[in-house]
Design a protein around this ligand. Structure first.
Ligand code: PMP
Length: 401
């Protein structure tokens, strides 16, 4: 028998299955709302003009292709930290952020998982929201942490189960690790309000929990990178130590370039130095050092004042288009005479809308209307355009009444 004859067939990735079904559909007006990537109003992938310009600068500067250091391109990580924590942040001013470039957001989460598994001095469980991005469980589980959950989504209100969340955070053992989506919660699109964040910060403090922020959509939610970083900055102000994962996949459209950062807000520069040394020891046997091209693009955008300004405008443009499509979808449903309340479509924020549609309804959407999205009722609002929103609303109306 072959060495691998005992390897079982694994289940296909849920999202890839949707893409395949979408591709196999010959209907010319089919709609793909499965993918978590931005599309322009023609439904096409979008390369930000600021990214094109930055890339041309990088190429024309004829840099060499030598290895970066283990922690990546320093000009990039320095600017990424400022983008996240804010230039006025105490952790930036006092030089106490340990940071490394990462293989986008996923890679940052994985470094975080490995770091916690190796060094966290308390219970090695991480609490993630119910639901959460499906990969969280896999990333932290594969890192050797025990993955537990706290309440987040209330299916009756299609909103946040704030009381349930707080109760679960209180019920968790002291000093637990808590994974928080900084903004544009995936898959629900439901974020706590600033007041709720303040209460969450309080509870996390009382319980001496350790916060781990996943910020995969900074700027992409509200259109404003400072506003979207609110919870991270609030927690810093409130004196929490924390871990942060950053991705530039969405806000710079650098998906396949894999640009991200992993950081730990430390208590002192001395602590930062110790943690930095261990992050290097951890990363070295994983992949030695990260790719340079995407980080050079991001660094050029973050460090060139004119390009940075242009980029912020383009991020806002993407966020605004998504917000507009939410409003249009809701308006179309109401104009069709839908008796249901669709306020959650516009109350939610970021790439995804959690429609509240059930698995059977999602099946019908695909089979009868050629509208493809995940069974949990999540639709990628980025896949909606002014050209397909009417047919999408009609399809949803037909299956919900
Ligand atoms: N966290 C969340 C919540 C996400 O939605 C994503 C992207 N789907 C990521 C992390 C990581 O994405 P990437 O590795 O492409 O940066």
């Amino acid at each position: 028998a072959s060495t691998w004859s005992n390897v079982p067939q694994g289940p296909p990735d849920a999202i890839l299955g949707i893409t395949e079904a979408y591709k196999a559909d010959s209907f010319s007006e089919k709609i793909n709302l499965g993918v978590g990537a931005y599309r322009d109003d023609k439904g096409k992938p979008y390369v930000l003009p600021s990214v094109r310009t930055a890339e041309e600068k990088v190429i024309s500067s004829q840099m060499d292709k030598e290895y970066a250091g283990i922690t990546g391109v320093p000009a990039f990580t320095k600017a990424a930290a400022v983008l996240a924590y804010g230039a006025d942040s105490a952790v930036i001013k006092e030089d106490r952020v340990a940071i490394t470039q990462s293989i986008s957001g996923t890679g940052a989460l994985r470094i975080g998982g490995a770091f916690l598994e190796r060094f966290y001095p308390h219970g090695k469980s991480i609490y993630i929201p119910t639901p959460s991005w499906a990969n969280h469980k896999a990333v932290f589980g594969d890192s050797g942490l025990e993955v537990k959950q706290y309440k987040y989504y209330n299916k009756d209100t299609i909103g946040l189960d704030f009381d349930g969340m707080v109760a679960d955070l209180k019920a968790a053992p002291n000093k637990s690790i808590i994974l928080l989506h900084a903004c544009a919660h995936n898959p629900t699109g439901i974020d706590p309000t600033p007041e709720q964040w303040q209460q969450i910060s309080q509870v996390v403090k009382e319980k001496e929990h350790y916060p781990f922020f996943d910020m995969a959509y900074q700027g992409f939610a509200s259109g404003d990178t400072d506003r979207d970083a609110y919870p991270v900055r609030l927690f810093i102000e409130q004196g929490h130590g924390l871990i942060l994962s950053q991705s530039f996949a969405k806000n710079m459209g650098l998906y396949g370039e894999r640009v991200g950062a992993f950081s730990i807000a430390c208590e002192s520069t001395e602590e930062k130095k110790r943690l930095d040394s261990q992050i290097k020891i951890l990363v070295r046997p994983l992949y030695s050092n990260p790719p340079v091209h995407g980080a050079r693009i991001a660094s050029t955008i973050l460090n060139d004042p004119a390009l940075n300004k242009q980029w912020l405008g383009e991020v806002k443009g993407m966020a605004d288009r998504i917000i507009e499509m939410r409003a249009l979808l809701k308006k179309n449903l109401e104009e069709l005479g839908s008796k249901q309340n669709w306020d959650h479509i516009t109350n939610q924020i970021g790439m995804f809308a959690y429609t509240g549609l059930k698995a059977e309804q999602m099946d019908k959407l695909a089979k009868e209307h050629s509208v493809y999205a995940t069974k949990d009722g999540r639709i990628s609002v980025a896949g909606i355009t002014s050209g397909n929103v009417k047919r999408l609303a009609e399809s949803i109306f037909k299956i919900t009444g």
